[in-house]
Design a protein around this ligand. Structure first.
Ligand code: NAD
Length: 360
């Protein structure tokens, strides 16, 4: 039985999660897809209930699920708490414990929202780019690290960038498999002209590519990739890169779409177990007001269907339902340029569910 753990979290998390659950229910009704759903608490919600951002019980339920759907965590209420107990720590621990090393950050721009981008509409309309970021290695985790006093008595900060061959191999396979399910073009982004780690990265990408003869692999230096992303983003299909390069490039790419409330994400391990969440945070400024855009959360369900359950047709049904409500002119405040019909979180969720029931 397919098992999903739902963690609504804090702020707008519970609101967008509730809207997404209406869609999930419609999907189950219309397709017969079966799913066992459980609930847990994470972040501030968990601190309030259990004194920790991730309880052992919730962690063990997460380990026991095929997929986790997460709203968002954090908020001013918990900002003063000691660092180790903050809401975001629960999220990091979950990623670490489940070994979610492959972070998928799509930059999708529904053509109906092209005017919302910071780039000219014709450069981005229909943009559908997937960035695969290595999430559990690289310079963010490398040892040694620290700030020391050097021989000259000056303070010196240092970090270590290291990737083992096996770490590169597993992210390469993850990226090639994703490219196989898309347009079969994979760009590996590195800095092989300067960094030895990148030299190894590139070599391993080439070696792994022999197992995916249908995928066209190319390479680009990160500085050029950053430039191309702003110049002509539609040239890319799938990009794979290291933790830090991916952190920066995926944030830049997400802004091309102009709407943080539209973008889902996935973090996968080697068994395709995954955590699916919108890229936005808990938006305390609009929490409880039925103003949040639930589409990023709804599109996280689509990613879950695609990447954990290999239900590609069902995932496309969800994507089409989202597209249909945008065609119908429904807009939450964050994507409303004045020409559409302004709706709240719950109404947007219901509209997508209805579109699913009608089309599915
Ligand atoms: P945020 O993403 O919560 O909000 C940034 C801005 O975008 C706000 O103006 C907000 O109203 C708006 N926004 C965000 N999501 C929206 C949506 N679905 N619909 C409409 N508007 C939306 O980022 P922040 O303000 O920097 O952080 C707020 C809290 O969220 C902090 O406690 C932060 O630590 C946490 N956070 C959590 C996650 C996560 O759970 N993965 C990610 C980022 C930030």
């Amino acid at each position: 039985m397919n098992k999903v753990l739902i963690l609504p979290g804090d702020g707008i998390g519970p609101e967008v999660t509730a809207a997404a659950e209406v869609v999930l229910q419609a999907l189950i009704e219309t397709s017969g897809f079966s799913l066992q759903v459980e609930y847990g608490t994470l972040g501030g919600q968990s601190i309030d209930a259990h004194g920790v951002p991730l309880s052992d019980e919730c962690l063990s339920r997460a380990k026991d699920s095929h997929a986790i759907l997460l709203g968002a965590v954090g908020g001013p209420k918990w900002d003063g708490i000691e660092r180790q107990l903050r809401p975001e720590r629960g999220l990091l621990k979950l990623r670490q414990e489940l070994d979610l090393f492959s972070n998928l950050r799509p930059a999708i721009l529904f053509p109906q929202l092209a005017a919302a981008s910071s780039l000219h509409a014709e450069l981005v309309a229909g943009l559908d780019l997937m960035i695969v970021r290595e999430l559990t290695g690289g310079i963010y985790f490398g040892e040694p690290r620290g700030i020391e006093i050097n021989a000259a008595g000056e303070r010196r900060g240092f970090n270590t960038l290291a990737y083992t061959e096996s770490e590169i191999i597993r992210i390469a396979h993850s990226a090639f498999r994703i490219a196989m399910a898309r347009d079969k073009r994979l760009l590996s982004v590195d800095k092989a002209n300067v960094l030895e780690v990148s030299e190894l990265w590139r070599e391993v990408m080439e070696t792994v590519s022999a197992e995916y003869p249908d995928v066209e692999l190319s390479h680009m230096y990160v500085d050029n990739a950053a430039m191309q992303l702003i110049r002509a983003p539609k040239q890319f299909d799938v990009m794979v890169t290291t933790n830090m390069f991916g952190d920066i490039l995926s944030d830049a790419a997400s802004m091309l779409t102009g709407s943080i409330g539209m973008l889902p994400s996935a973090s996968l391990n080697a068994d395709s177990q995954g955590m699916y969440e919108p890229i936005h945070g808990s938006a305390p400024d609009i929490a409880g007001e039925d103003k949040a855009n639930p589409l990023a959360m709804i599109l996280s369900i689509s990613m879950m269907l695609r990447y954990t359950f290999s239900e590609h047709a069902l995932a496309s049904l969800v994507d089409s339902a989202v597209s249909k409500v945008l065609d119908d002119g429904l807009r939450t405040a964050d994507i409303n340029d004045g020409s559409g019909k302004l709706v709240g979180t719950a109404e947007m969720g219901k509209a997508v569910a209805n579109a699913l029931l009608t089309n599915g």
